[in-house]
Design a protein around this ligand. Structure first.
Ligand code: FAD
Ligand code: SF4
Length: 557
């Protein structure tokens, strides 16, 4: 769009209203308020939080079991303030599923134990944190995506937000508004998994040059209302095995939020080397196992969603700061896959970001050196220690489930048994075995028919995600015409049979194999999970944020 951009000046701009940045903004404003109550020099910084969802929480999805200790550090009166936590975990078990059978894993090592933790809907928690931030006077701009970092003289000086009112062909519709340029002394990037601003900063500032390649999983979730008497509030179950072969990493969960509400979902590895996966299909099969179906049968699907998880662990963490910016939460790689937990780490990084920004505000020093103190805080933190302890947990599974479980289990007794950085790096260079796996798997999947009671098609589930986008806007899944012709419709068809038709949990990609084949995209169905960009074996897909406000409308996820 050619029209002149409006420009606004802020001190701090937070990109993303997830738990990491909301905690950071709240904690920062509280530090400022405490300072102003007794100091002669009053601090009145302009702070903005940008969120691409149509409200805060609309794009937030997690399991979730929250380690609530972080609240004692951040907001000890969280319960009195109405923090929307669900049941406390009272029963905790892990199971190996095979066929129609199950075996309980007899001993739960410490990192897997959850008693005393709290169940939570992240979209509700995010909405509540946003209310806390707004009550402190912080500006939250929902319906607003950051689409481009502004980099001047080697420093991030702001972000550009999304253009509104552009049609499919790129022309301005009536009432169109160009995105704004938001200038900031520091931009705090907390976009969650595989963020689009992060990827640009990663390239510009080589943030990952000293780390291992990041890896991801796709988590697909349903929230159900169930008849009474099936399970007690506070019970959590984790599973390995069925429906996955032991060569593919993943597992399921079922959490009883109350006696009549359960969160259940399935996590499947998202690797370009194994593009044959279909995380939505895996969830449908998972629900058919008697261990799960006995709980949810005759219940009602309330919500569906999908999101990727950053799972590379300690050695895949990027540099968390640079000139003019900080990275928080999952964007900084802070997820402990051994515990399947990132919420408390995201919030802890938010607290450290707030301390760093407060120190910069006090001294009016936002230099790279001043912001580097965030990295020092992180490296001396409990969060960092926890990430270090979990080390290469996820990489232990590169050689299959059984080796992984054994290595991960033994490493709890014998520290250092998890694969070394070198061994883990060699796993990244394994040969391209995708085609063989894909062909075997696709034959089985072809026979699957959802029953619309226990199992659903992608389109039925999509309806339950509340996803909407402005239809008449440029496609936010960028694939060049040459790549469509040469890769999608030729190379990929021959090598993999177009796995995009399977790995997208919303069915956005469809290849028509008529005499004149073509790729049909339905970008308005996109759940913003980012699986396609991560798993596409040819790297032809670039996901960019669509017009702000588009995407899922989660309320309970
Ligand atoms: C299926 C699943 C199950 C999980 N289970 C658990 C669990 O049980 N316990 C646990 O502790 N953790 C769990 N996690 C991990 C946890 O949810 C994340 O680690 C945590 O939410 C990360 O917080 P964040 O603030 O870094 O990012 P997010 O929660 O991802 O929030 C990022 C926000 O930024 C917004 N955003 C992104 N890009 C832009 C942009 N360019 N412009 C504007 N806005 C943007 C997004 O819309 C989103 O609202 C799970 C994750 C998944 C996916
Ligand atoms: S198009 Fe990509 S980001 Fe959107 S739902 Fe499908 S896989 Fe996820």
């Amino acid at each position: 769009m050619q029209a002149e951009r409006e420009s606004l000046d802020f001190d701090i701009v937070f990109v993303g209203a997830g738990p990491a940045n909301l905690t950071a903004a709240i904690d920062l404003q509280r530090l400022i308020n405490r300072h102003n109550a007794s100091a002669t020099t009053i601090l009145e910084p302009e702070i903005a939080i940008l969120e691409k969802g149509r409200y805060v929480g609309a794009h937030l999805l997690s399991g979730a079991i929250l380690d609530p200790a972080v609240f004692n550090q951040f907001m000890p009166d969280f319960l009195q303030r109405g923090c929307p936590l669900e049941a406390e975990v009272t029963r905790d078990s892990a199971w190996f599923l095979f066929g129609q059978k199950k075996i309980q894993i007899p001993y739960l090592p410490e990192p897997f134990r959850n008693r005393g933790n709290r169940l939570v809907s992240l979209s509700k928690l995010g909405a509540w944190l946003a209310g806390e931030a707004e009550s402190l006077g912080i500006n939250i701009f929902d319906n607003t995506a950051a689409v481009e970092p502004v980099i001047e003289n080697g420093r991030v000086t702001g972000v550009i937000t999304d253009d509104k009112g552009i049609d499919k062909a790129g022309n301005a519709k009536s009432g169109a508004e160009p995105g704004m340029r938001l200038n900031a002394k520091t931009v705090v990037v907390g976009e969650g998994s595989h963020g689009s601003i992060f990827r640009k900063l990663d390239r510009a500032f080589a943030l990952s040059e000293e780390s291992r390649k990041q890896i991801y999983e796709t988590g697909v979730k349903e929230f159900w209302k169930i008849p009474e008497g099936r399970i007690e509030a506070g019970e959590v179950r984790h599973t390995f095995g069925y429906p996955l072969p032991s060569s593919i990493y993943g597992g399921g969960w079922l959490y009883a939020f109350s006696d009549t509400e359960v969160s259940l979902g399935f996590v499947t590895s998202a690797e370009p080397e194994r593009p044959e996966v279909d995380s939505h299909y895996n969830l449908q099969l998972f629900k058919q196992h008697p261990f799960i179906s006995s709980i949810i049968r005759d219940g009602q699907l309330m919500e569906f969603g999908a999101k990727t998880i950053t799972s590379g662990g300690f050695h895949a963490m990027p540099k968390p700061s640079g000139p003019g910016f900080l990275l928080t939460g999952e964007t900084a790689g802070l997820v402990n896959m051994q515990r399947l937990k990132g919420l408390h780490l995201a919030m802890q990084s938010g607290i450290m970001a707030a301390e760093t920004l407060f120190a910069s505000l006090l001294t009016d020093d936002f230099s790279e050196k001043a912001l580097h103190s965030y990295r020092e805080r992180l490296e001396n933190s409990e969060a960092y220690k926890e990430m270090h302890m979990a080390g290469n947990y996820r990489q232990a599974f590169e050689n299959g489930l059984y080796t992984g479980l054994m290595q991960a289990g033994l490493s709890l007794k014998i520290p250092g048994l998890l694969p070394s950085e070198k061994a883990a790096a060699s796993a990244e260079n394994k040969p391209d075995t995708g085609k063989k796996h894909y062909l075997k798997w696709i034959q089985k999947k072809a026979a699957f028919r959802p029953d619309d009671a226990l199992t659903f098609s992608k389109s039925t589930d999509l309806y339950a995600s509340g996803t909407v986008h402005e239809e008449d806007q440029p496609c936010h899944l960028l694939i060049t015409t040459e790549d469509i012709t040469d890769i999608c419709l030729k190379k990929c068809t021959e090598a993999f049979g177009n796995p995009c038709q399977h790995f997208c949990p919303a069915g956005v990609y469809e290849i028509n194999h008529d005499a004149d084949p073509f790729l049909r995209l339905s970008p308005s169905n996109c759940l913003h999970c980012k699986t396609c960009e991560i798993i596409d074996p040819y790297g032809s897909i670039t996901w960019v944020p669509p017009e702000g406000g588009g995407g899922p409308g989660y309320r309970s996820s």
